[in-house]
Design a protein around this ligand. Sequence first.
Ligand code: SAM
Ligand code: SF4
Ligand code: F3S
Length: 437
Amino acid sequence: MTKKVFIRTFGCQMNQADTEIIASVLQDEGYVMTDSEDSADLVILNTCAVRENAVEKIMNILNNLKGRRRVRPDVLVGIIGCVPQYYREKMFGMSDGIDFLAGPDTYRQLPVLIENAEQGIRGANLAFTPEETYNGIEPVRTGTIGAFVPVMRGCNNRCAFCVVPFTRGKERSRPMKSVLDDVRRLAASGYKEITLLGQNVNSYFDDEAGCGFPELLDRVGLAAEGMRIRFTTSHPKDISEPLVHVIAEHENICNSIHLPAQSGSTKMLKLMNRGHSREGYLEKVAMIRRCIPGAAVSTDLIAGFCGETEEDHLATLSMMEEVRFDYAYMFCYSVRPGTYAAQHLPDDVPEEVKKRRLDEIITLQNRISGELHAAEVGNVVAVLAESESKRSNDMLMGRTDTNRVVVFDRNDCKPGDMVKVCVGAATSATLIGSPVY
Ligand code: SAM
Ligand code: SF4
Ligand code: F3S
């Protein structure tokens, strides 16, 4: 009988792409993917450790699974990804509901862990394999319109707050040829959008081909004519003018750059070990907008990092006013044991101050996004339709090249279509409109 696996994915797009690789490894072992946790023979949680409460989240899910395991003791549960890589074997001591642990570099060996677990042997594979890029594994795609294409893994930076270098290990890149093969395959299968992924895509380098990220992006642009191309994430210290020129030269590469700033205060950026200053960041944004007029710039911001004063916080707000980000992911700082900050910098901003500063950041971003969206009313924008809108079957949801979310009358359009939409109304999160013919 075929066995069913349910994989729940947390965290970033890298983790989502990994889930598609894991599905492929398990498919070769005879498993089929299921969307129903209740019918699964194997439940896998692909986890994220970037902020605190990662473990609590998993323990809650394991507690909920306990009832099911009483009825079906043969159901196996694996915890994989960044949380076990970070907390290692001590996770076994946190719950007896865990059958195996696997880190992000060990997914090819999942069948061994599962086989052992079937025989009642609890096992962990948390090795770092510095050359592992999962090259040669054809992912089981979950989407039909957009697809992720990981180009590099790991991170050699050491931002003081961040666990990723501990969970994902050293940077390594996939060969350009195999990335291009993936892209051509996706184009031939009718995909409309690809997102090249890496923790720091600007560090991509194929040693054999002598090719860095700008050249890779250029080649992908040529190989994927008619498809939209996105990429994430760019580090502000590494994004270069040649890369921005490649974006400007290709119609199919989206004019949208995610450039995490974290803070608008140079003092904070130094404490964070980000390798860029406020001024350096603003220069990069100016360079992007000079080369690509109308380019969308989005960001990540952290409120209340160690030593942040009111003045530093105001510097973040003023940077936001200056840049006018299209959108932002905004977080309160949370201490991650083992990081430089946890070891050397006191977490001295009181929780209520962090929350108040985060609220101010979110309120300001909502205002700016609202204003940028309001300015689109009356414009006709090109939208790649992705799915039905959550609110109504009569509406579709899609995105512009600049990553704005658009909800529009369905008429005779379907997901996958490129639709010209006249924007009739806007909120800070969404543009609303109708197709024009
Ligand atoms: N590689 C990307 C970069 O350099 O910006 C970011 C990757 S990280 C997984 C995504 C975001 O999580 C970061 O940009 C940061 O804003 C946030 N983050 C990471 N560690 C955090 C922490 N300890 N507390 C709060 N937010 C954090
Ligand atoms: Fe984390 Fe910094 Fe690496 Fe991004 S660049 S993954 S924030 S260490
Ligand atoms: Fe989280 Fe790991 Fe991604 S810590 S953000 S899932 S790299």
